[in-house]
Design a protein around this ligand. Sequence first.
Ligand code: SF4
Ligand code: SF4
Length: 276
Amino acid sequence: MRIAVLSGKGGTGKTFVSVNLAAVARDTAYIDCDAEEPNGHLFFKPEQVHSETVYTMLPAFDAQKCDGCRKCVDFCRFNALAFVQGKPRVFPEICHACGGCSLVCPQGAVTEEKRAIGTVSQGMSGGIPVVTAILNPGEASAVPAIKAALRATDADAVIDSPPGSGCPVAEAVSGADYCLLVAEPTAFGLHNLRMVHELVTLLNKPFGIIVNKADGVYPPLEKFCADRRAPILAHILYSRKLAEISADGELAVRHSAELRRVFLGLWETVAAEAAS
Ligand code: SF4
Ligand code: SF4
């Protein structure tokens, strides 16, 4: 069983929910797919860490075979190829490694070579496998690193998705059995919830909502959920003490019996929903 945790923007509490849920779950890994800013490891402090480089494929052009027909440049929908002095040139950071340019080249002038774009690290934290996708600075797409992190273990897992609702998020939740959408009870929080709600609906994923930093009920968000029959599974109250515990890199469920009770209940609910 894999549970993906999403939010429409950073700072909503997605990692807070992910790490604390993984901490109370049984026989479950934590996979950090927020490859541009992975920080779940700061809470788990894994040991016995080993890392593997993540590669993607980059086109290479044989100047002897290339006759300058431009078919590869015209084909590339990502604008990763430019035509310079009669020959194609690739911009590595925006190439999506689709392989299309090598397929359309009539001269067989395009081959592919490996290019490192990030790493996946794995370690253990008190019996919890901790997997982290890390994207190298300047890279445009985290998708290959996310794929590698998701493949790194077959275990049940809590997946800490990237923020937003773009391609990396879709990749992170693609194999999830259930999605948890974390939202703040504000107008901006509702706006971001709409985006991730649209994504999980499009992907036909079962989901529930967690309202985080809930000082009180925000009626428009409650109405949004009620109108769509989107279940709110928990309201997690804002607590300065818990915020300080998290800021110190500690797992809040290990310091608050009340919060541990909330997350244990959440895990049981989610596990039952994902299994049904
Ligand atoms: S592999 Fe795909 S994205 Fe990369 S340069 Fe070729 S056509 Fe463009
Ligand atoms: S399609 Fe092949 S032959 Fe044509 S410009 Fe590209 S690499 Fe050169």
